[in-house]
Design a protein around this ligand. Structure first.
Ligand SMILES: NC(=O)C1=CN([C@@H]2O[C@H](COP(=O)(O)OP(=O)(O)OC[C@H]3O[C@@H](n4cnc5c(N)ncnc54)[C@H](OP(=O)(O)O)[C@@H]3O)[C@@H](O)[C@H]2O)C=CC1
Ligand SMILES: O=C(O)[C@@H]1CCC=N1
Length: 287
C-alpha cells in the first residue's frame, strides 16, 4: 500500500499500457501522489504491481469511486477504444460531487468528442496531452492543450507537475488542432530518429565497422548533436555549416541527402502524421 502523506493527491490512470507506465514510473517515487490504475489485462496488472509496488491496480469504478477520489484522471487508452472507455466512465463521473481534471493522451480524439460522450456539459475540466516514449526514461517532450475557461490555474500546475517527472520539455498550445502538429513532430518523432539511426548503423556496418562500434558511434553522434543544438547559441543551419568543410566529407554526404530531397521527405512525413491524427478523430471520434 502507498505511504500516504496528508497532502497526497490521487491520480487515476485508465489503461496501464506503455504510456501510462512511462508517466506512472516517473511519479511513483514522489509520495505527494497516490497512484491508481485500471487495466483489463491481468498479466499487465500483475507486471505493473510487481514493478511499481506503490501503485495500486483497480477496476475503473474502484479507481474513480474509491475512498480517495482522484484529483486527476489520465486517459491512457488507444484512440480506437476511447469512446467505449468514456461511456464506461460516464456513469461513474456523473456520481461524483466534484469532477476531476481529465487528461487524455490519446492521439486524434478531440475534446469535443469527449465532452459529447461524457455529457457533463461544456465546462468539463479537460486537457489533451501528447507525450512521447522517451518519457519512459525521463526525457520526454510533451504538448498540452487545455479547453479554454474550463481548467483552473491549479489544474494546469498539477498537469505540469505530473509531466515534470517524465518530460524535459512542455509546450502549451492555444489551439486544439496544434496537438495534431505536436503529435506529428514529437509524439511520433522518436520513431523517425530510430529509423534514421537504424539506417546509419547499417551503413556503418557495410562500410566495415563492427555492429557494436557502428551502433555506439551512431547513437552518441545523435545524442551529442541534439545536446549541442540545445546548448549552442548557433541555430541548426549554422551548426550544420560548422561541420561542413568546403569540398570535404560532410559536403559529399549532404549533397546526396539534398539530391534525394530530404527536406521535402521530412515535410511529407510530418504532414502525413498530422493528417493521420485528424483522420483518427474522424474515424474514432464520431457519434
Ligand atoms: N506509444 C506512444 O509513443 C504514444 C502513445 N500515445 C497515446 O497513448 C495512448 C496509449 O498508448 P499506449 O500506451 O502506447 O497503448 P497500450 O496499448 O500500451 O496501452 C493501452 C492500455 O489500455 C488498456 N485498456 C484497454 N481497454 C481498457 C479499458 N476499458 N479500461 C482500462 N484500460 C483499458 C489496454 O489493455 P489491453 O492491451 O488488454 O487491451 C492497454 O494495456 C494512445 O491513445 C496513444 O495514441 C501518446 C503519445 C505517444
Ligand atoms: O503512432 C501513434 O498513433 C501514437 C501517437 C504518437 C505516437 N504513437
Amino acid at each position: 500500500m502507498h505511504a500516504k502523506t496528508p497532502q497526497s493527491l490521487t491520480i487515476a490512470f485508465i489503461g496501464g499500457g506503455n504510456m501510462a507506465e512511462a508517466i506512472l514510473g516517473g511519479l511513483c517515487h514522489d509520495d505527494q501522489y497516490r497512484l491508481v490504475f485500471s487495466e483489463p489485462s491481468r498479466d499487465r496488472r500483475d507486471y505493473m504491481k510487481q514493478k511499481y509496488p506503490t501503485v495500486e491496480g483497480y477496476s475503473n469504478s474502484d479507481s474513480m469511486l474509491g475512498e480517495e477520489k482522484p484529483q486527476a484522471v489520465v486517459l491512457a487508452v488507444k484512440p480506437q477504444i476511447m469512446k467505449t472507455v468514456m461511456l464506461d466512465l460516464k456513469p461513474l463521473l456523473h456520481q461524483m460531487d466534484t469532477i476531476p481534471l481529465l487528461i487524455s493522451i490519446a492521439a486524434g480524439i478531440s475534446t469535443s468528442s469527449m465532452q459529447r460522450w461524457l455529457d457533463l456539459g461544456d465546462t468539463l475540466p479537460l486537457i489533451r496531452l501528447m507525450p512521447n516514449t522517451p518519457a519512459l526514461i525521463g526525457q520526454g517532450a510533451v504538448g498540452c492543450y487545455a479547453v479554454p475557461g474550463c481548467v483552473s490555474p491549479d489544474q494546469r500546475l498539477l498537469t505540469e507537475s505530473l509531466l515534470g517527472a517524465v518530460c524535459k520539455h512542455i509546450s502549451w498550445v492555444d489551439r486544439e488542432p496544434l496537438i495534431d502538429a505536436v503529435t506529428a513532430v514529437s509524439g511520433s518523432g522518436p520513431a523517425y530518429y530510430f529509423l534514421i539511426m537504424e539506417a546509419m548503423q547499417n551503413a556503418g556496418v557495410e562500410a566495415g565497422l563492427s555492429v557494436e562500434d557502428a551502433k555506439a558511434l551512431t547513437l552518441q553522434t545523435c545524442l551529442g548533436a541534439a545536446k549541442m543544438a540545445m546548448e549552442s547559441e548557433d541555430d541548426l543551419a549554422m551548426l550544420r555549416r560548422k561541420v561542413t568543410s568546403p569540398k570535404g566529407t560532410t559536403e559529399a554526404a549532404l549533397k546526396v541527402m539534398e539530391a534525394a530531397n530530404i527536406r521535402q521527405l521530412m515535410h511529407d512525413a510530418v504532414f502525413a502524421a498530422d493528417e493521420r491524427s485528424r483522420e483518427l478523430a474522424e474515424e474514432f471520434g464520431k457519434e
